[in-house]
Design a protein around this ligand. Structure first.
Ligand SMILES: C[S@@+](CC[C@H](N)C(=O)[O-])C[C@H]1O[C@@H](n2cnc3c(N)ncnc32)[C@H](O)[C@@H]1O
Length: 260
């Protein structure tokens, strides 16, 4: 079973947390000092968590695009207090947005759901203004194979279930492939960096385990049935110290590219 992004039941799965403030600070540190963006597109925006983070970081206007009506419903609800964010339905291959309208395009946690990187990157190039920035954030096989720890809880998923490791490696694009596809679609890559992002801060282990139980924002856990998920939770419960606050971090790679 894989996650069904179109199922109403999942409309809040990518809308129930806020991006950690460190995310925008870290992204800012990878851009030229004082860089300001007027208009960004957040492709595969899910519940709009990062559309909000972009506005909080000073982007004047954001358009979130997702192929799922259910996700967009969750996103509109999540971002209802943000007047400068709008949402529209479209795909990563055909966003429905106008040519050269944006000075920033973000694709966070999107490309591992896509088979055709070329068409996705060509579309991003089309909607960007000349010298516009494209930020791609995703996990490579190297990122996901790091071992489990109190901070890198996700590592335990793959220690416990080899089938998750196989699925994950198969769906993650390799760095070289991403680089080649960006260059082939007329981007200059200015940064490629490994990056630890704080995913969430849990007041107790119980809260983290509850989050896992509901598979919130973790599409890989849809590959487990309910019994397997219980086994995974029991495994993680044993690995983590008794009740104390947990800061969960995920390892990502970020590419910052500029339209030629
Ligand atoms: C893992 S979620 C990431 C959501 C958000 N970017 C974030 O980082 O919180 C992936 C999102 O991409 C969307 N998606 C998957 N394939 C897509 C496609 N071909 N075109 C547009 N959106 C897509 C899904 O509906 C989902 O909302």
């Amino acid at each position: 079973m894989s996650i069904d992004f179109h199922d109403q039941k999942n409309k809040k799965t990518y809308a129930d947390r806020n991006a950690n403030i460190a995310w925008s600070k870290d992204i800012e540190s990878l851009l030229p000092e004082g860089k300001h963006f007027k208009c960004a597109a957040d492709i595969g925006c899910g519940g709009g968590i990062y559309s909000k983070a972009l506005v909080d970081a000073g982007v004047e206007k954001v358009v979130g695009v997702d192929f799922s009506k259910a996700m967009l419903e969750g996103a509109r609800e999540n971002c209802k207090d943000y007047e400068t964010i709008t949402f529209q339905q479209g795909t990563a291959y055909e966003t429905g947005l106008q040519d050269e309208q944006f000075d920033l395009v973000l694709a966070r946690a999107l490309i591992h759901h896509l088979d055709d990187l070329d068409t996705c990157f060509r579309e991003a190039n089309r909607i960007l203004q000349s010298k516009g920035y494209y930020i791609v954030q995703d996990r490579t096989p190297e990122d996901i194979l790091l071992e489990g720890s109190e901070e890198h809880v996700r590592g335990y998923f793959f220690e416990k279930f080899v089938k998750l490791k196989t699925t994950e490696i198969n769906r993650r694009h390799r760095k070289e492939k991403i680089r080649k596809a960006l260059e082939a679609n007329h981007f200059d890559i200015v940064q490629e960096v490994a990056f630890w992002e704080i995913r969430a801060e849990y007041l107790s282990k119980k809260r983290l385990l509850n989050d896992l139980q509901h598979r919130i924002g973790r599409s890989i856990l849809y590959e487990l049935d309910d019994t397997e998920l219980d086994e995974l939770i029991a495994y993680i419960d044993e690995k983590l110290p008794e009740d104390q606050a947990i800061t969960e971090k995920d390892r990502w790679t970020i590419w910052i590219a500029i339209k030629q």
